[in-house]
Each structure stands twice: as structure tokens, then as C-alpha cells.
Design a protein around this ligand. Structure first.
Ligand SMILES: Nc1nc2c(ncn2[C@@H]2O[C@H](COP(=O)(O)OP(=O)(O)OP(=O)(O)O)[C@@H](O)[C@H]2O)c(=O)[nH]1
Ligand SMILES: [Mg+2]
Length: 298
């Protein structure tokens, strides 16, 4: 149910989003509670604001986002956070990319705790984390340790304004240098003039392209290993770009290095099938990175 808030509420909400200290957050939340319309449709939201205020009052004073409060245990090859304003479609996207079924709502702030699910991409598992749009410090702290931030902009609202606000927030957290991917959702409703990838989580537009961009943004390579006469091993090893044969060998087993004579590498380059040594940068053999697949034969 819509809360039909007036402009004073949204000004207070903006202050809350931009607040850097606990004191600023408390002041902004108090203003939001004062200005939110009081009716049945806003009850849930009001309760949430009150709870958040009570929690903030309990915390020690200082920078609200200075230190990670908790870390979701990373699993898979990488962790990617989905960040965006409320109702931009973060939960819908998480559901459609991973096959889970977290709550999607037509009212703001449906997601109150981070949602976590695994996305499969070409034999690799990537952990996706939806960051609740209240941008509370506990959830936001995950951004410090994740590998990439997918910023989901709502194409049915002012995209430039959202982009500006999120960039400002991330720069306030000193996260401007993090790997970031901006995407515009709800392209089924209207075509945005934005330069970013347009998708629709609801009617499944642009999702394959999105998966590839998430993957390429991570700067990883996949290496399938293959013992002689046996099929390739799935899942592949994932390593940072410009890793060497030594990195692969170490990843397989430390003992590999002791008896290492050579490896054979197979991909779609003219060097395919060559014997190679430990110092070879896999990157050199891998101009396309995706979808070419090297096999190691040791
Ligand atoms: N038309 C359209 N609606 C969408 C799309 N993606 C999400 N929605 C709708 O937008 C509303 C919000 O979706 P959610 O996935 O809950 O958004 P959210 O960003 O997780 O929202 P909060 O957790 O509440 O901050 C729901 O009514 C969705 O059905 C889309 O691609 N197109
Ligand atoms: Mg959500």
C-alpha cells in the first residue's frame, strides 16, 4: 500500500541517506517519523523507522559507516552486492538471476535484511547480496568487502538523480574506487535515455547480457583443469586476470609444484596445445577471456 508521503518526508529521507554520523542519522529519522503520514498504509514503514531509531540510539556515537559490523560468509567465486533505491527491483532481480523466491513488494522497504543467493554463470557460482534500501550501516558494511557493486537504477523514476545520490553515498564511504556496474531496470515500462545497460527483471529483458557484464566486471578468468585421459574438471578454478601457470598449479595442489615439468594449455589461440612453464601469464593465451576455455594437462 503506498504511503503517499509529502515533500517534507522525502527531504528528511534524503538527509537520512546522506547522513554520515549516527547523530545526523538520528536527527533525520526523527524528522521522517514526524513527517510521515499517519494512516494504515504507512504503519509498517513507521514501525520500521521507529525500530531503526531505537537501534541507532543504542549504538555508540561516531561515524555510522566507518567499520564493518558483520560479514556474510563469502561462498562461490565472488560476492556481488545489489544496491539501489527502494523499489528499484533488487529482490526481483535476485529472484530471476538465482531462482530463489524472496519477497517482492509494491510498497517501499520490503527488504529489511540482506538477501543472499547464488547465481550460476558458465560453471561458476557467484554470490549475490541484496542490500536493503534503508542503507543501514550493518548492511552497508558488506560493500567494503564485496568484489563488485551492481547499482540498480529504477527506470520508471529519475535515473540521473538516483545515480548522483548513490555515487555521493559511496564516495562518502570512500568506496568510489570499487568495481561498479550501473544498470537500469524496468525497461519494459519506459525506454530510458541512460547510457547504462537496460534490463527488466520482471519480463526478463537483458538478463544474459547482465550476467556477462557482472562476470567481466569481476576481472576473473576460469581455468578448467584436466588430468591426462580424463574429462575436464567442473567447476573450474577462478583466478584474477593475469594469473600464471604457477597460480593455477598452487591452486590445484601444493605438491604439483614440486614435480612440475610442464603444463599443456588448450584454448582457441594459435598456441593451443603448447607445452608451457610456470611463469606463463594465462592472460597472454587468453585474448578473449570469455568464452574461450583453457584446459590444463599436467
Ligand atoms: N514493470 C516492472 N516492474 C518491476 C520490475 N522489477 C521490479 N518491479 C516491480 O517493482 C516493485 C518493487 O520490486 P522489488 O523487487 O521488491 O524492489 P526492491 O528494490 O527489492 O525494493 P525494496 O526491497 O522494497 O527496497 C514490485 O512491484 C515489482 O514487481 C521490472 O523490471 N519491471
Ligand atoms: Mg527488496
Amino acid at each position: 500500500m503506498p504511503i503517499n508521503a509529502g515533500p517534507t518526508y522525502f527531504v528528511a529521507e534524503k538527509k537520512f541517506l546522506e547522513a554520515r554520523t549516527r547523530e545526523e542519522k538520528i536527527a533525520a529519522l526523527e524528522e521522517m517519523i514526524r513527517t510521515i503520514p499517519k494512516h494504515k498504509g504507512s504503519e509498517k514503514q513507521l514501525a520500521l523507522l521507529r525500530k531503526r531509531l531505537a537501534n541507532l540510539r543504542k549504538q555508540k556515537s561516531g561515524r555510522a559507516t566507518a567499520r564493518p559490523k558483520f560479514i556474510i560468509r563469502k561462498t562461490g567465486s565472488a560476492q556481488v552486492c545489489i544496491l539501489g533505491m527502494t523499489k528499484s527491483g533488487k529482490s526481483s532481480l535476485l529472484n530471476v538471476l538465482t531462482g530463489v523466491n524472496v519477497e517482492v513488494g509494491d510498497y517501499p522497504y520490503t527488504t529489511k535484511e540482506p538477501n543472499v543467493a547464488m547465481m550460476n554463470f558458465g560453471d561458476v557460482q557467484i554470490q549475490l547480496v541484496e542490500i536493503p534500501a534503508m542503507f543501514d550501516p550493518e548492511s552497508m558494511s558488506i560493500l567494503y568487502t564485496c568484489d563488485e557493486i551492481l547499482v540498480l537504477l529504477d527506470g520508471s523514476e529519475d535515473v540521473d538523480r538516483q545515480e548522483k545520490e548513490i555515487k555521493k553515498m559511496l564516495s562518502g564511504m570512500r568506496l568510489s574506487n570499487k568495481k561498479m556496474l550501473f544498470v537500469v531496470n524496468k525497461s519494459d515500462l519506459e525506454e530510458s535515455k541512460s547510457k547504462y545497460l537496460q534490463i527488466s527483471a520482471k519480463v526478463k529483458i537483458g538478463l544474459e547480457e547482465l550476467k556477462e557484464r557482472i562476470w567481466s566486471g569481476l576481472g576473473l578468468i576460469r581455468v578448467y583443469t584436466k588430468p591426462p585421459g580424463k574429462p575436464k574438471i567442473i567447476p573450474p578454478i577462478t583466478l584474477p586476470m593475469r594469473s600464471t601457470v604457477r597460480d593455477v598449479a598452487e591452486n590445484v595442489h601444493k605438491d604439483f609444484l614440486k614435480d612440475f615439468k610442464f603444463a599443456r594449455i588448450f584454448n582457441n589461440s594459435r598456441f593451443s596445445g603448447s607445452h608451457v612453464g610456470l611463469h606463463l601469464l594465462i592472460f597472454h593465451f587468453h585474448p578473449l577471456l570469455f568464452p574461450s576455455i583453457p584446459f590444463f594437462y599436467i
